[in-house]
Design a protein. Sequence first.
Length: 298
Amino acid sequence: MRNLQRALDALGIPCQTDCDLKKHSSFRIGGCADLGIFPQNREQLTKVLTLIRASEIPYLVIGKGSNVVFSDEGFTGAVIFTEGCRKMTREGDEILADAGVPLVRLATYALESSLGGAEFLHGIPGSLGGAVFMNAGAYGSSVSDVCICSEYFDSDTETVITLRGEAQRFSVRSSIYTDHPQWVILGARLALTPADPAEIRAKMEELASRRRTSQPLELPSAGSVFKRPVGNYAGKLIEDCGLKGYRIGDAEVSVKHAGFIVNRGNASAADVRRLVEHIRKTVLTQAGVTLECEIRFL
Ligand SMILES: Cc1cc2nc3c(=O)[nH]c(=O)nc-3n(C[C@H](O)[C@H](O)[C@H](O)COP(=O)(O)OP(=O)(O)OC[C@H]3O[C@@H](n4cnc5c(N)ncnc54)[C@H](O)[C@@H]3O)c2cc1C
C-alpha cells in the first residue's frame, strides 16, 4: 500500500489513507477504506488502475456512492472515486461525458445545449459511470434509451474498449458491466434530440416536483431498495404488508415511500441488511413475490 501511495504522490494523484466511506455514501453508512484515490481526469484514472493491478491490491470503483451500502468494517484495499473525471463535450446532437460527471450536471448541460432526452437523469443523484453500470432510469426512461456507446478500461488486459448499442446488454437496472467488475467505465456517449429549452426545463421541473412529493429526499438513503417486480411495485407490496415505518436500529422503511429505506441517524450496514431480509421474507410470505435488491452491498 505504501508503494502505491508513493507512486500516486509522484504522479500528483490525490489520495487519502483511512478514507471515511460514510462521507462518500448517500446513505451515510460505512467504515473506512485503507486508501481513497481521487483521480482528476481519465488519464489519471487509467494510470491508477494500472498501478493497482500491478500492486495486486483489492479495489472498488465508486461514482457518487448513491446506490451502494458500504460495509461497517470498511474496505481492506483502495477505493477509487471517479468524481474528478468530469470532462463533457457536445458533438452535434450527442454528448460525450466522462464517468464521473454527475447526472444533474449532464442533464443541465443538455438543457443548455437545447438537447432533449436527458431530463429524467436530472433527479438521479449518481454519476454517469454508475448510471451506465446500473442502467439507471426514472419515469419511463432509462440510460439504455440514450447511451449509444460506452468506453471501459479492462484491468485484466489494460486496454480501452468501446461497446456500442446492444453490446452493452442493458436490462432492468443492469448492464454488461454488472457482470464484469474488472471493467471500469471511463465514459459514454449519449444521443439526444434537439428540443425547445423551455420544454426541457418544464419537464425537468415536473419530474423534480413528482420526486419531492413522493420520495424521502430529506433523509439519507440509496434510493429504491428493490427492483420493480413484473406487474407490480415494490413500494406498494411493502406498504400493503404494513411495513411502512418498520425499523431495525436506525434503518427504517420510509413512511413517505415504502420502497426506500432511510437512515434515521446512525444506521449500520448490518441494520440495513437485516431490514432488507425482513422485508423480503414478509413480502414473500404475504404476497408471494420475491423482491430482488437494486442497492448493492459492498
Ligand atoms: C434519493 C435517491 C434517488 C434515486 N433515484 C433513482 C432513480 O430514479 N433511478 C435510478 O435508476 N436510480 C436512482 N437512485 C440510485 C442511484 O442514484 C443510481 O443507481 C445511480 O446511477 C448510481 O450512480 P453512482 O455514481 O452513485 O453509483 P455508485 O453508487 O457509486 O456505484 C454503483 C455501482 O456502480 C459501480 N460503478 C460506479 N461507477 C463505475 C465506473 N465508472 N465503472 C464501473 N463501475 C462503476 C460501483 O462499483 C457500484 O457497484 C437514487 C438514489 C437516491 C439516493
